[in-house]
Design a protein around this ligand. Structure first.
Ligand code: HEM
Length: 488
């Protein structure tokens, strides 16, 4: 056994000697590519590098840390899917521990604790299990439509929180009521997630580049400890307030009987899973919905075509349910195109290698950070001609049937693929279908919105002005008859 291990190490070292690193900018002697590594909007720099080095796999290194950037679906699926036993770790970011985010599945190293979390998600969010949440989704989405009627010029106030409303009602039976500015649980969670995500942007935290700095006392200036400790406090508050709410619900026997959610909490999910879901689900889901709304404003013909399909298949005086999904191929194509046009994550969460590897003759050392450039996949000219245009038609074959490209890459890869993808898919799809059934999505007359927003997800994240005009009287009348909108 020992001899086999030593032989394997010697073989890999030899391979290293005979295999170069993937191409990339030439490193300087001591600091490597430290100054080349982009701080913000890194995907734009990676696009330039891919063109310059004619390669779908790139390499840079800084202070001994290797970073490999994957730009094609072929390279990504070969490494992350087929060799997932090597490519499923996460980079070690000390700031995670300082912020108190070690409980977060997304940032966890590949190992037993992570597996325990994944088993929990698999049990509750696999395809068949996700169907159980359809009623809760529908209820919240229809409530959102009704709210649009009261604020047709500021619908973003309501759709920005739909992901959070669904997650909180599903997880804790907590009824988050928009507008949510005064909701303590929501406010601290949003702040903790936003600030924490900013600290994880490459280059934002010096302690991630120089991990030994984590041993300095927390008062030491210039390291970012002060901000990290603020996030830790917010995170603790977030966990404490959700826990307080769950305990108060459990203490209420009447609620225990009727709430499926509380009984789920009593089944003791691994520590922190609820908080992880609340951190991961709302913001990604709303980013996808915001992209859809932007597309509907910019492409009114696409919107009209989808509405004609809805009217024909489910009728003009009906609201859709998830059961209608397979009868609405054009809407399905819009759903796919939304994920492709502006992927929620231009760069999916980085993976890390747990052993040395060789791909296409290039050496990839153990411990490398693997950056997955989703946008390069989604905007590959050979697969998606005119990639900046929103064209659902690209998902149909010559026989006008939907093709096999379901844009699954929007949810990541391999063993770390998003465990909430079924839930996210049905929430986003039903939101799209419901909005188009009841409203015309319009640009406000003074709007300057244009497709340049493609590259500014932060701008479209629920901030782009939009107007929702009721399509016909049916929905307005139905909303007045409140009870008929409740799930049966
Ligand atoms: C449109 C909505 C969503 C998008 C686009 C999205 C996308 C992603 C992506 C790209 C990853 C990283 C995958 C990788 O490393 O290869 C991820 C991870 C994750 N997502 Fe989602 N997600 C969405 C919604 C959700 C929802 C609704 C939940 C919870 C129910 C969720 C829970 C998670 C968790 C826990 C991880 C960490 C997985 C791990 O590291 O093993 N996400 N998601």
């Amino acid at each position: 056994m020992g001899i086999a291990w030593i032989s394997a190490r010697v073989y890999l070292r030899r391979r290293r000697r005979t295999h170069p690193y993937p191409p990339g900018p030439r490193p300087s002697i001591i600091i490597g590519n430290l100054l080349d590594i982009p701080r913000g909007k890194s995907w734009l720099v990676y696009t330039d590098w891919a063109k310059k080095y004619h390669s779908d796999i790139l390499h840079v290194s800084a202070l001994g840390q290797h970073i490999v950037i994957l730009n094609s679906l072929e390279a990504i699926t070969e490494l992350l899917d087929k060799r997932s036993h090597i490519y499923s770790d996460r980079p070690y970011w000390p700031i995670t521990e300082i912020m108190g985010w070690s409980f977060n599945t997304l940032l966890m190293p590949y190992g037993e604790r992570w597996r325990e979390h994944r088993r929990y998600y698999q049990q509750f969010f696999k395809k068949e299990a996700s169907v159980k949440y359809h009623d809760a989704q529908m209820h919240k989405i229809r409530q959102m439509l009704r709210n649009f009627l009261t604020a047709p010029d500021t619908p973003e106030v309501y759709y920005r929180t739909i992901g959070a409303e669904i997650s909180m009602s599903m997880l804790y039976g907590y009824e988050l009521m928009p507008p949510v500015n005064n909701d303590h649980m929501y406010a601290i969670t949003e702040e903790a997630v936003r600030k924490g995500a900013e600290s994880l942007i490459p280059g934002a935290s010096i302690v991630n580049t120089f991990p030994t700095l984590r041993h300095l006392p927390r008062w030491f200036p210039g390291i970012g400890f002060k901000e990290a400790l603020k996030i830790e406090k917010l995170t603790e508050d977030m966990k404490a307030s959700t826990m307080k709410f769950v305990k108060s619900k459990m203490a209420n026997a009447a609620v225990q009987q009727c709430s499926r959610t509380v009984s789920r909490c009593r089944a003791s999910p691994p520590r922190g899973c609820g908080d992880v879901i609340f951190g991961c689900a709302p913001f990604t889901t709303v980013a996808a919905i915001a992209t859809f709304i932007l597309a509907m404003m910019l492409y009114p013909d696409v919107q009209k075509k989808a509405q004609r399909e809805l009217d024909k298949v489910i009728g003009v005086d009906c609201l859709p349910t998830n059961e209608d999904r397979c009868s609405l191929p054009y809407l399905e194509a819009i759903y796919r195109e939304t994920g492709r046009w502006i992927p929620v994550t231009n760069l999916a969460a980085p993976h890390a290698t747990s052993q040395d590897d060789v791909y296409n003759g290039f050496f990839i050392p153990k411990g490398s950070y693997i950056r997955i450039y989703n946008r390069a996949v989604a905007h590959n000219l050979e697969v998606y001609p005119e990639p900046d245009a929103f064209k659902p038609e690209r998902f149909f074959d010559h026989n006008s049937h939907l093709n096999s490209d379901e844009v699954n890459y929007a949810f990541g890869f391999g063993r770390r693929i998003c465990p909430g993808r079924n839930l996210a898919s049905s929430t986003v799809w039903l939101t799209m279908a419901s909005i188009l059934s009841a409203f015309n999505v319009k640009k406000p007359s003074d709007s300057t919105t244009n497709s340049q927003f493609n590259y500014k997800l932060d701008k479209i994240y629920g901030n782009e002005p939009v107007r929702f005009v009721p399509k016909n009287n049916f929905f307005t009348q139905l909303a007045e008859m409140n009870h008929r909108l409740k799930p049966s």
